[in-house]
Design a protein around this ligand. Structure first.
Ligand code: MGD
Ligand code: MGD
Ligand code: MO
Length: 756
């Protein structure tokens, strides 16, 4: 799916620090390639600054609270540059290339054509996209939506790029039309975290902020490839190391962030090639083994408490928690042998982690997809919370759970109403403030939407950003599902697979990117976003739009809404004149957004209140809930392996910048599978030898990839890893977690054999 490789596939372990000069070089090459040398650096200087610039559209790691830092990273720069490219996809392009032809292009080549410039509609006669006016495009959407027998025949996807204001309008439109079918990318990444934290703490978000990261005694990082996917975390890790904090990485792979770094904006360190360690302990559990490790740590703390009363925070447990006795009994009843077998770690290693935890006064546990994209994602996150509760690591400085969210505003999307399972309280308030009658029945998430499409039950599918066709599991099934729709609508910045795998009717609606100036009737507008740590702040674009014909995302939502709801009393057009008006409504409709317009303009924005941080638990018991879940069996059956799909260093989800994965030492290769050398030898697989990978789904069905190259890697036996989105072909649509409904993308049961 990446570009044509520039040479032979190569693999050689990487021994340099993360970030630093390797990153600087990579950025320079990238700027040159995207012809953005002048604009690029100028824009980058405006990124992540106190309410005067735009929010990095990359990951959701919070901005440095010190404000003045050059708070940027290699991948953020690549991400922004990719948006700011000088290349354009105009009507001539679509006139030259039929959709059938484009469908044969690589994903890299599709995106690499540059920014979309004007609305296009699919013409089935000629099999080309042809220009259409905005007015007519909205009417195409309006007519299709007005013609539905049931509003639930439409589904409205969001990728976590969308700003809060557009998000609010989007969910309002869906609900005014009568459906809660609001699937989002969160359904594939942190749904498990939300549900677990909701059940344990009463609110579905982390409780810590960056200041807490800067005061913790111990940081535990589970299942995040931070150097690639949240690179600014490296700064926090280097600072933590300098002040003597313990940093424990839990990951089947020893990723670059678990070694050392040169912080790129520390100019002296850069000049002197001075690197800082970013880890004090690395543990490599088997895929899916995290829950057993955490339970083992809890068991060790409980054992220690028999002789050391300070091992537990008894007062915290008594005053603020519920269910402790059951959890203790469960830990005591789980034998060490079982914990070792399931985690893939030795008891000695588990005790090492427990010792770090027991000795730290303040601990933060952080995690990402390595924990969530499993059948037992919810149970594992709850187990993490159990561990934190044992020592009162909640609601005080330097302590608490800290999920690392993905897209820059994925957390804000949920806060502002993208939720297929909205609470009655949320809907009641929306009904009152916006004078609509929102539907009460829960809607469809990502997997349910694809299933419904496959049954022919979804006629209209709207995507606010993202690349649904490639991001979703079971690629051929998802493609076929999308093709059953009467109309697919893609609001995008760049051409991607979802434009060429479409419904009978299809629209491409090009929008402004986050770096661009958004002019409306009342002047230049700003939008707001929420980071991983619940900080909401403004983002103001500063670049001239890629084309004069682009509309902002809020304007596109309003245009579709008016066309679909001609008699709507919602003042769609009036909202778009001045986004302060949207924010005034949001202030009334959303919890935590009181006085939104004033507070969002404070220098660093504001923090959405998180009751659990104040030790207020909105759970049925009014206390933090210990969970007591059975340990799952994650040990692969003989002959099989557990395969995790993940990102390379040089991609943004479905956007692939190159075929290299610098920190893992891979060049010119994406069709690979990382394996333990002993597992390779056992199967007669040579280094970089071609293999066939076959997954077996729960229903027994099989899916295969052929001719992938095996890369020997430091990964536990029985485990394998490779890249998404290519490997989505192996993920059966039906294999989603019964706890979170998330597709199980980190634990696919596979067999791997030399290619026949
Ligand atoms: N540059 C860049 N940044 C990004 C993205 C991007 O594509 N590119 N994507 C963004 C998005 S939407 C998201 S959600 C995040 C994703 O951020 P990550 O969660 O870092 O994403 P993955 O690449 O899927 O990596 C998962 C990590 O989990 C590990 N892992 C796999 N299985 C297990 C397991 O069973 N246990 C443990 N402990 N670890 C495991 C893998 O080795 C890998 O290090 O990043 C965001 N930031
Ligand atoms: N096997 C496997 N599959 C996975 C995952 C995995 O770990 N393994 N991870 C999952 C996760 S965590 C996620 S979040 C999803 C990602 O799913 P998505 O969010 O759906 O996909 P992206 O690749 O981020 O979307 C890229 C497209 O977004 C559009 N875009 C970029 N900027 C903007 C903008 O400002 N506005 C608009 N409207 N559009 C814009 C561009 O057209 C670009 O082509 O993939 C999921 N799929
Ligand atoms: Mo994500």
């Amino acid at each position: 799916m990446g570009p044509t490789p520039e040479g032979e596939p190569r693999f050689e372990p990487y021994h340099h620090p993360a970030a630093g000069w390797g990153a600087a070089k990579s950025v320079t090459n990238f700027l040159v390639r995207e012809k953005a040398l002048v604009d690029g650096p100028r824009a980058i200087m405006r990124m992540n600054h106190e309410n005067t610039g735009f929010d990095c559209p990359g990951c959701a790691w919070p901005d440095d609270t010190k404000g003045l830092h050059l708070d940027i990273c290699e991948n953020g720069i690549k991400h922004v540059t990719w948006e700011m490219t000088s290349k354009r996809v105009g009507r001539e392009f679509f006139a030259t290339h039929s959709v059938t032809e484009l469908a044969g292009w690589s994903d890299y080549d599709l995106e690499n054509q540059g920014r979309l410039t004007e609305p296009m509609v699919y013409d089935p006669e000629s099999d080309h996209y042809v220009p259409i006016s905005w007015k007519d495009a909205f009417e195409v959407v309006g007519r299709a939506l007005r013609g539905l027998d049931d509003p639930n025949q439409a589904s409205y996807y969001t990728s976590g790029r969308l700003g809060n204001e557009a998000t609010f309008l989007y969910q309002l439109m869906a609900r005014e039309l009568g459906t809660n079918n609001l699937p989002d990318c969160s359904n594939m990444c942190h749904e498990a975290s939300g549900r677990a934290l909701q059940a344990s703490l009463g609110t579905g978000k982390g409780t810590v902020d960056l200041a807490d990261w800067q005061t913790a005694d111990a940081l535990f990082i589970f299942g995040v490839n931070a150097a690639s996917n949240a690179p600014r975390m490296l700064t926090a890790l280097a600072e933590a190391y300098h002040r003597g904090a313990a940093i424990v990485h839990v990951n089947p792979l020893v990723e670059a962030a678990a070694t050392r770094t040169i912080v790129p904006h520390d100019f002296t360190d850069m000049a002197l090639f001075k690197s800082t360690r970013t880890s004090t302990l690395n543990l490599q559990p088997r895929i899916g083994g995290d829950m057993a490790l955490v339970r083992g740590m809890a068991k060790a703390i409980l054992e220690q408490s028999a002789t050391d009363p300070k091992a537990l925070d008894q007062e915290f447990i008594e005053r603020h928690t519920h269910g402790f006795d059951a959890y203790r009994a469960l830990c005591e009843a789980t034998p060490w042998e079982e914990l070792e077998r399931q985690s893939g770690l030795t008891r000695a290693d588990i005790l090492k982690a427990a010792r770090v935890y027991g000795e730290a006064d303040r601990s933060i546990v952080s995690w990402c997809l390595g924990v969530t994209q499993h059948e037992h994602g919810v149970d594992t996150v709850r187990e993490i919370v159990n561990l934190l509760l044992l020592r009162g690591n909640l609601g005080r400085e330097g302590a608490g759970p800290s999920p690392v969210r993905g897209h820059s505003n994925v957390q804000g999307n949920r806060t502002c109403g993208i939720d297929h399972r909205p609470s009655d309280a949320f809907l009641d308030r929306l009904a009152e403030v916006c004078a609509i009658e929102p539907p009460r029945a829960h809607g469809m998430d990502t997997v349910r939407t694809i299933e419904a499409m496959s049954r022919g039950e979804i006629k209209v599918f709207v995507c606010m950003g993202g690349n649904f066709a490639l991001a979703a599991p079971d690629t051929p099934v998802t493609y076929a599902a999308l093709r059953t729709c009467d109309l697919t609508v893609q609001v995008s910045t760049k051409l991607n697979r979802s434009h060429v795998v479409h419904g009978a009717g299809a629209l491409i609606l090009p929008c402004l990117g986050r770096t661009e100036k958004d002019h409306q009737r009342k002047g230049v507008q700003s939008t707001s976003v929420e980071d991983s740590m619940s900080m909401v702040h403004l983002s103001i674009g500063m670049k001239r739009p890629a084309s004069p014909h682009l509309l902002s995302e809020p304007a596109i939502v309003a245009g579709m809404a008016r066309a679909a709801l001609p008699d709507s009393a919602t003042p769609w057009e009036w909202y778009i004149e001045d986004y302060d008006r949207i924010r005034d409504t949001m202030a009334k409709a959303l919890d935590g957004f009181e006085d939104f317009n004033r507070r969002v303009r404070l220098p660093l924005g504001f923090r959405i209140k998180q009751p659990a941080r104040e030790l207020v638990f909105l759970t049925p018991s009014g206390r933090a809930e210990f969970s007591a879940a059975e340990l799952p069996d994650v040990v692969p059956a003989p002959g099989t392996l557990a395969l995790g799909t993940m990102r390379s260093h040089d991609q943004w989800n479905t956007t692939i910048y190159s075929d290299n994965d610098r920190y893992r030492g891979v060049k010119n290769l994406r069709t690979l599978v990382f394996m333990n050398r002993a597992d390779m030898r056992e199967r007669g697989i040579a280094d970089l030898g071609p293999v066939d990978i076959t997954s077996t789904a729960r229903d027994g069905s099989r899916r295969s990839l052929h001719g992938y190259l095996a890369v020997p890697y430091d990964i536990p036996r029985g485990c394998a890893a490779g890249y998404m989105p290519e490997m989505n072909v192996l993920c059966a649509l039906g294999d989603y977690s019964t706890q979170s409904d998330q597709p199980i993308m980190k634990h696919v049961n596979v067999t791997i054999a030399p290619s026949g």
